[in-house]
Design a protein around this ligand. Sequence first.
Ligand SMILES: [Zn+2]
Ligand SMILES: [Zn+2]
Length: 99
Amino acid sequence: MSGEGNSNTETKLISCGRHGEAREPAFVCEHLLHGTGRGFCFDRADDDPHPDAWCKACERLRIDNGGDWTEALTKQVNIQPVCDSCYQEIKERNIALIQ
Ligand SMILES: [Zn+2]
Ligand SMILES: [Zn+2]
């Protein structure tokens, strides 16, 4: 068997334990996934309706490391895929930063 099995043109699906199968998943840092009031940062230039998101602490880490999300950095903050329903919940829970 050979071939890359490249499926870039297909819509990505994610299977969520709470919401079932969902389209257009996004990635968030593990702090947002489990936390509340962590701050909600994302790339505003990204026109995706569910841009990948990360918390204030990760934003600081990103800037300290030169401003780019390298592979090592995304591993370090344990970026996790979430379904679009989870994404909405995570956003509402974290967007108001608790001081
Ligand atoms: Zn984070
Ligand atoms: Zn979900």
